[in-house]
Ligand binder design. Sequence first.
Ligand SMILES: [Zn+2]
Length: 166
Amino acid sequence: MYSFCPQCGGRLEKRLLKAGEPKRLVCTACGFVFYLDPKLAVISILPYRDGLVMVRRGIEPGYGGWVVPGGFVDVGETVENAVVRETREETNLRVQVVRLLNVYSYRHSRTVVIAFVTEYLSGELAPGDEELEARVFRPLEIPWELIPFSSTRDALRDYLQQSPTR
Ligand SMILES: [Zn+2]
């Protein structure tokens, strides 16, 4: 993933530093240990009209796939603010957080996803500049096979099991 030390530019190699822990990237020149932390993302389960809001991705990864609005949390930003901001950027809708749905993490994935149920406040549904389309899917219309991320599928399933009519 990374080849060079961010401290001195030396070559990184994978070394076992502690039994039972993953190998770490260690600089062969200065000994700096480059810990890889999880990345934090938020997604928005947004009931709207007769279904749930989804957007079609216009960027990689998952180009052309359908997801719910969401994105990465910035350093210093609250997760609630991040989900409201990302929903606004990707759908043109102002929302507020209703509740936490669940947290999703997967072996071999660097991203931890926090899913919130959100509520529509105002705005007209329209895709942002990184989305190809934005639309509402009724539960039975959700294009499961075109969803590129496990977290989106799992969050939608969990939400629909709890609230099957919305
Ligand atoms: Zn170094």
